[in-house]
Each structure stands twice: as structure tokens, then as C-alpha cells.
Write a protein that binds this ligand. Structure first.
Ligand SMILES: Cc1ncc(COP(=O)(O)O)c(C=O)c1O
Length: 375
């Protein structure tokens, strides 16, 4: 059997990693400023993370959601405390798409409606409703296109008001900082307007924090830069630092009932141990603050490079915009400078999504490599 060929691959084979350093099968070292697409939050093979998972593996790795699993409760408690979202309940699943799938399903159950408002350039995943609210027709199969979704432009108050007043919508879903789309954001006034209109029209506000959450933006959740309170928050990526885990934080005003949501693997013992380790390291190393400070330092450094036309994002979720497409630059960075970076739907944007415990020296190293690659 061969692999179903859906990924264009770089010719690099990582075999080990530590912090933001990655080694390939030929012994070449790379610097990971991409974090496997914003997944690596506390650094590769962090000792506390490795120990937590190994210890759990020695005890019990998995049992279904038909028994008591106190680590899930511990995790919910810790997540509430660190995120400041204590008035939400946690439902655990396995990926970002699944988190959004559950969020949209809850919104539809809750309101009895089915249409959704999403935004241009959004990315929410590749499963049924999640891909339907993703602004990319090429990954929406006819079966997905059956969902009724209205795409609007971020920060267009009038279009938003005209749409939501029809009272047909169950949910509005948005990323506080667009990831795949290219780091665009709603303004605070627009996000607050959305929150206010959702309340007025009984529409569920879903904050997709799959990429921007877990400290990456310099606050635990990126919506917290805007003083709003969503009804549902979806999480994944940085939550497990590479262990496949996701979740939805559902405001306590939503009433659960047995069977409303469910999953075989979600919230298993190993996933909980990995997620607990991430939260413990985020707290003990004060990584949200580090993301904020290092993000500010990164912005200062961009002034040294005139080719950078625009800098987008917050904390350590950053996009550098050039006046040329960056595909070749990324190739030079990876093959000549041994630096991993990310791309976006906006082809002129280079993305920087490192682990949250990078240092100023790492940022300096990145800019030195970028300068070399631009020569
Ligand atoms: C904002 C956002 N939501 C959802 C997803 C989907 O997550 P997953 O690939 O874990 O299904 C992604 C993935 O890139 C994302 O960036």
C-alpha cells in the first residue's frame, strides 16, 4: 500500500527534536519557527511533558467515556483557572475541526436554527460543518455545500447587521486572528458589535481559538484582546503540544443532556495528561507573558528589514508581508538557512508560529537567517 498523496512535502525527515531545534535523518539541525502549524506551544519534547505522558502510559492510556476519569475534571479546573473562563464547561474531542463541528452542532441544537455567518478567508477545518464555514470552495465537496453559510467581510458593520437581522442564523463563527487566511483581525469595535447583535438575535457566538488560543497571541485567548465573551470557544493545536486533542468550552447557560455530544477517543487519559502538562508549563514558565514580550521584540526587529512591507498578528502569531510571493523565500529558509516557517492563503505572507518559550536570541537568529535568505 502507498500513501494517499494529498500533501506537497518538503524533502526533510525530522527524527528528533528539543525545544525549537529539530534534527533530520542526516543529522542536520533545523530551527522550528513554525511549530508544526502553531501546534508546538511549550517546545518539542519538553521534559515535564514527556514525563507526564510516560507516567500516564505506565498506568492507563485509554478508557472510553463510560467510566469516571478524574484527570478530565482536573484539566477543566486548571483550564478555567488559567484562561479566566471559569463559567464555561469543557467537552473534549480530538482535533480543531471536531471542536468546531461540536460548537456548530451545539449552536444549532440551542437555537433550533441552521444557518451560519462566517467570514471571508476563514479556516475552521475540513469536516462537515467546519469545512462548510471555511472560505475555500476547493476543499468543499458537494456534500458540504449543502450547509447554509453566509460569508461576510470582516469589519463590514452594515453587511453584518443586514444579515443577522433576518433571524435565520444559529451561529456566527470567527477567528480573532485569522490563521490560514493570513492574520487579518476584526477590530475591537466590530467584535463587540458582533457580540451585541448575537445576543439581540439569539445567535450563538463561536470563537475559534484553535490556532490563536493557549497564550499564542499574548493573552490566553485572542478574543480577550477585545473585551467580549463568546458563547462557545473551540480549542486544539497548542492544547496538546502535538498530542492530538481538542475541545469546546461551552458557556454554562447551555444545558447538557446525556448523548447530546460524544466521542470514543476524546478526553482519554493520555490526552488529558498531555494537556495537563501543557497547562502546567504555560503557568510555571509564564509563557503567555513571554509570547507578548517576544512578539513585541520581534516587531522591533522587523524595522531592520526594509523588504518587510507589513507586519500582522499579535504575540507569537505573526505574519510578515512582502511585495512578492514568499514560496521561494521559504524554500531558501528551509534548505539553506535550516529554518521552518509557515505560509498562508495570502501568498505574500510568511508566517512565524514558534513555541511560546523562545528567547530573544532565537528571534535574533531568525532575523539573521531571513536577512541571508533575502540577499
Ligand atoms: C483556526 C483553525 N480552526 C480549525 C482548524 C482545524 O484544526 P484541525 O486541523 O486540528 O482539524 C485549524 C487548522 O489549521 C485552524 O487554524
Amino acid at each position: 500500500m502507498k500513501l494517499f498523496d494529498v500533501y506537497p512535502l518538503y524533502d526533510v525527515t525530522p527524527v528528533s527534536a528539543k525545544g525549537i531545534e529539530v534534527w533530520d535523518d542526516k543529522g542536520q539541525k533545523y530551527w522550528d519557527f513554525y511549530g508544526g502549524h502553531a501546534v508546538i506551544s511549550i517546545g518539542h519534547t519538553h521534559p515535564h511533558y514527556v514525563k507526564r505522558i510516560k507516567d500516564q502510559l505506565d498506568k492507563i492510556a485509554f478508557y472510553s467515556n463510560s467510566i469516571q476519569n478524574p484527570i478530565q475534571e482536573e484539566l477543566a479546573e486548571k483550564l478555567g483557572e488559567l484562561s479566566g473562563c471559569e463559567e464555561y464547561d469543557l467537552f473534549m474531542c480530538n482535533s480543531g475541526a471536531e471542536a468546531n463541528e461540536n460548537a456548530l452542532k451545539m449552536a444549532s441544537f440551542h437555537t433550533g436554527k441552521s444557518k451560519v455567518i462566517a467570514f471571508n478567508n476563514s479556516f475552521h477545518g475540513r469536516t462537515s460543518a467546519a469545512v462548510a464555514v471555511t472560505d475555500n470552495p476547493s476543499i468543499n465537496a458537494p456534500i458540504n455545500k449543502q450547509q447554509a453559510v453566509t460569508f461576510l467581510t470582516l469589519n463590514d458593520f452594515e453587511a453584518f447587521e443586514n444579515t443577522i437581522t433576518s433571524d435565520e442564523y444559529c451561529a456566527v463563527i470567527l477567528e480573532a486572528i485569522q490563521g490560514v487566511g493570513g492574520l487579518d483581525e476584526p477590530t475591537t469595535a466590530f467584535y463587540q458589535f458582533i457580540a451585541e447583535k448575537c445576543k439581540e438575535h439569539n445567535v450563538v457566538l463561536i470563537a475559534d481559538e484553535v490556532q490563536s488560543g493557549y497564550g499564542r497571541s499574548g493573552k490566553f485567548f485572542a478574543f480577550q484582546h477585545h473585551g467580549i465573551q463568546p458563547d462557545i470557544i473551540s480549542i486544539a493545536k497548542g492544547m496538546g503540544n502535538g498530542f492530538p486533542v481538542g475541545g469546546v468550552l461551552i458557556h454554562e447557560t447551555f444545558k447538557p443532556s446525556y448523548g447530546l455530544l460524544g466521542t470514543t477517543f476524546g478526553g482519554n487519559h493520555l490526552a488529558c495528561a498531555a494537556s495537563m502538562a501543557v497547562l502546567e508549563v504555560l503557568e510555571s514558565e509564564d509563557l503567555t507573558k513571554n509570547a507578548d514580550e517576544l512578539g513585541a521584540y520581534f516587531r522591533e526587529k522587523t524595522q531592520e528589514i526594509p523588504e518587510i512591507k507589513n507586519i500582522k498578528g499579535r504575540g507569537l502569531m505573526i505574519g510578515l508581508e512582502f511585495d512578492f510571493e514568499v514560496a521561494d523565500l521559504r524554500k531558501k529558509l528551509i534548505y539553506e538557512q535550516h529554518i521552518f516557517t509557515g505560509s498562508a492563503k495570502n501568498k505574500k505572507l510568511l508566517r512565524f508560529l514558534p513555541a511560546l518559550n523562545i528567547t530573544k536570541e532565537h528571534v535574533d537568529l531568525f532575523f539573521e537567517a531571513l536577512q541571508n535568505a533575502l540577499k
